[in-house]
Design a protein around this ligand. Structure first.
Ligand code: NDP
Length: 487
C-alpha cells in the first residue's frame, strides 16, 4: 500500500517525496510505504481547504449536519474493513477497534451532525437598540493526531470543526498513516466538498509547517506535553487558537468501602486497554490500606488471565505496543521501577508465544505489569509510560490521598471508587483533573467534555463545549433610535 496525501478529494502522487515504511506492530512486517508532504503539498492543501471552506460556510447548519451524519453511516457500514486496518496499523485488538475506535468516530460525527443546525448566538435586548451574537467559523483548522486512537482522534477533531463551518487539514502520526485516509474517503462519499477534510502525511516537520502556515487559523493537537509546548510556542507569533489534548499520569483512588470487584475491573481497564496506550489512564492506583491485600489478590489473578496475542484474533485482550522503540521505552521504565525498589508483582516480560500458542516473538508484545511497594517519587509513578504498567500506591487518609494525587504536573483525568456518595463528590471536587469518574474509569461518552487541566492541556473536545473552540463570536449592535453625538 502507498499512503500519500489526500488533497482536494483525491490521493496525490508520492513521486519525489521522502518516504518511510509503515509497520504492523504485531509482526514488524511492512504494511506499506508512506510519503512525506513537502512544502508544495502544504500550500496545495491549504488552498484546497480554503476553497472548500468558502463553499461549506455558506451552507446551512442542517445541510452541514446531513453530510456529517451520512459520513457516520458510511463509517459504520465499513466498520469491519476500517477496524481491521486500524488493528494492523496500531497493534490493538480487533475487538477494541470494532467496539470503540471506529464506533466512537461515528458517534462524534453523528453527535456534531445532529447539533450543527442548532449552533446559534444570543439575542440581547438593549435600550432603543438590540444586540446579537454570531458564532462564526474560524476558517481552515489543522488537526494533528497521536498514534493510539488514529481514526477516533481524527473524527473527534473534524466533527466539531466541520459542524461549525470550518475546513480541516489533518496530519496523523507518522506511525499510523492509514485510517485518516479512510475518513477522508467517507467524507467525500457523503457529499462533502473536495478539500473540506484533507490529509497530509509526515512527521513533526509537517505538523510544524501546519502550525506556521499563516492561512491556518487554529491547531488542535492530541499528543505529548513536549509537543504541546512546541505547538503553543509555534502558534504564538500569529496568536493562533490552540486546543491541546496532552498526556497524563492520572490517579485512580480506591477507598476501603468500595466494591472491590468493580474497582479491580476499572483498574484493569484504566491500565491495560489498548496495551496501556491511553492518555487518560489511571496509572497511579491508590488503594486504602485495609483492602490492599484483597484488592491485590484479585488484581493479580485477573491480570494474569489477560490474553496477550495476535490483535486480529477476536479472542485477544491485549495486542502489541506501537513500535519496537516504544517497547524498549516501556521496558526501560520497568527496569527503572525494579531498580528503584518497587516489586514487580506480575508481568513485564516479552512473551514468545501468545495465548493460543502462536509465535509472537517478532512483534512488540509485553505482558501486563503490576508494581507494588511503590512510592510517589519513583519515576514509574511520576512519568507517563504509555504502556501496560500499573503502579499500586497505598494510602490511609482522605486528605493525604488528595494531596498525593494532585502532586503531579499533569491534570488530565482522575477516578474515585467509594460507596459513600458524599465522599465521592467531595474528593472528586478537590482533584486537579479535567475529566473525572466516580465508580468507573475511562468512559468517554461524546456527550461529556473531554480534556485536561494543568500541563495536560487546554480546551475541550466532545459535547457542546467543543463548539466554542471552533468558532469565534461576533457581537452586533443594532440601533433603533437616533445616534446620540455630543458634537
Ligand atoms: P507526540 O507528541 O510525539 O506526537 C503527536 C503528534 O504531533 C504527531 O502527529 C507528531 O508527528 C506531531 N508532532 C511532533 N512534533 C511536532 C511539532 N514540532 N509540531 C507539530 N506537530 C508535531 O505524541 P505521540 O504520537 O507519541 O502520542 C502519545 C502522546 O499523546 C502521549 O503523551 C499521550 O498521553 C498523548 N495523548 C493525549 C490524548 C488526549 O486526548 N489528551 C489522547 C491520546 C494521546 P509524528 O509523531 O508523526 O512525528
Amino acid at each position: 500500500m502507498a499512503y500519500t496525501q489526500f488533497i482536494d478529494g483525491e490521493l496525490t502522487s508520492g513521486a519525489q517525496r521522502e518516504s518511510w515504511i509503515n509497520y504492523n506492530p504485531a509482526t514488524n512486517l511492512p504494511l506499506g510505504e508512506a510519503f512525506h508532504a513537502n512544502a508544495q503539498d502544504i500550500d496545495a492543501t491549504v488552498a484546497s481547504a480554503e476553497k472548500a471552506f468558502h463553499t461549506w460556510r455558506a451552507k446551512t447548519g442542517a445541510e452541514r449536519g446531513r453530510v456529517l451524519v451520512k459520513t457516520a453511516e458510511i463509517l459504520r457500514s465499513r466498520i469491519e474493513q476500517i477496524a481491521l486496518l486500524e488493528t494492523q496499523d496500531v497493534g490493538k485488538p480487533i475487538a477494541e477497534s470494532l467496539a470503540v475506535d471506529v464506533s466512537s468516530a461515528a458517534d462524534a460525527l453523528e453527535y456534531f451532525g445532529g447539533i450543527a443546525a442548532s449552533i446559534h448566538g444570543d439575542y440581547v435586548d438593549l435600550k432603543n437598540a438590540f444586540g446579537y451574537t454570531r458564532p462564526e467559523p474560524l476558517g481552515v483548522c489543522a488537526g494533528i493526531g497521536a498514534w493510539n486512537y488514529p481514526i477516533q482522534i481524527a473524527a473527534w477533531k473534524a466533527a466539531p470543526a466541520l459542524a461549525c463551518g470550518n475546513a480541516m487539514i489533518f496530519k496523523p502520526s507518522e506511525l499510523t498513516p492509514v485510517s485518516a485516509l479512510e475518513l477522508a474517503k467517507a467524507f467525500m462519499d457523503a457529499g462533502a466538498p473536495a478539500g473540506l477534510f484533507n490529509v497530509v502525511q509526515g512527521d513533526g516537520r509537517v505538523g510544524a509547517m501546519l502550525v506556521d502556515h499563516p492561512q491556518i487559523a487554529k491547531v488542535s493537537l492530541t499528543g505529548s506535553v513536549a509537543t504541546g509546548k512546541k505547538i503553543y510556542a509555534g502558534a504564538a507569533p500569529l496568536l493562533k487558537r490552540v486546543t491541546l489534548e496532552l498526556g497524563g499520569k492520572s490517579p485512580l483512588i480506591v477507598f476501603d468501602d468500595a466494591d472491590i470487584t468493580n474497582a479491580v475491573s476499572a483498574a484493569l481497564l484504566a491500565n491495560f486497554y489498548t496495551q496501556g496506550e491511553v492518555c487518560s489512564n489511571g496509572t497511579r492506583v491508590f488503594v486504602q490500606r485495609k483492602i490492599l491485600n484483597a484488592f491485590l489478590a484479585q488484581l493479580k489473578e485477573r491480570t494474569e488471565k489477560i490474553r496477550v496475542g495476535d490483535p486480529a484474533d477476536p479472542d485477544t485482550h491485549m495486542g502489541a505496543v506501537i513500535s519496537a522503540a516504544h517497547l524498549e521505552k516501556v521496558m526501560s521504565f520497568i527496569d527503572a521501577g525494579k531498580a528503584a525498589g518497587a516489586t514487580l508483582l506480575t508481568g513485564g516480560d516479552k512473551p514468545v508465544k501468545d495465548f493460543k500458542g502462536r509465535d509472537i516473538s517478532a512483534g512488540n508484545f509485553i505482558t501486563p505489569a503490576i508494581f507494588t511497594n511503590c512510592d510517589d517519587a519513583m519515576e514509574i509513578c511520576r512519568e507517563e509510560i504509555f504502556g501496560p504498567v500499573l503502579s499500586i500506591l497505598v494510602f490511609d487518609e482522605e486528605e493525604e490521598v488528595i494531596q498525593r494525587a494532585n502532586n503531579s504536573v499533569y491534570g488530565l483525568a482522575a477516578g474515585v471508587f467509594t460507596n459513600d456518595i458524599k465522599r465521592g463528590h467531595r474528593v472528586i471536587h478537590q482533584l486537579q483533573a479535567g475529566t473525572c469518574w466516580i465508580n468507573n474509569y475511562n468512559i468517554t461518552p461524546i456527550e461529556l467534555p473531554f480534556g485536561g487541566n494543568k500541563q495536560s492541556g487546554m480546551g475541550r473536545e466532545n459535547s457542546l463545549a467543543a463548539i466554542q473552540y471552533y468558532t469565534q463570536l461576533k457581537s452586533v449592535y443594532v440601533e433603533l433610535g437616533n445616534v446620540d453625538a455630543p458634537y
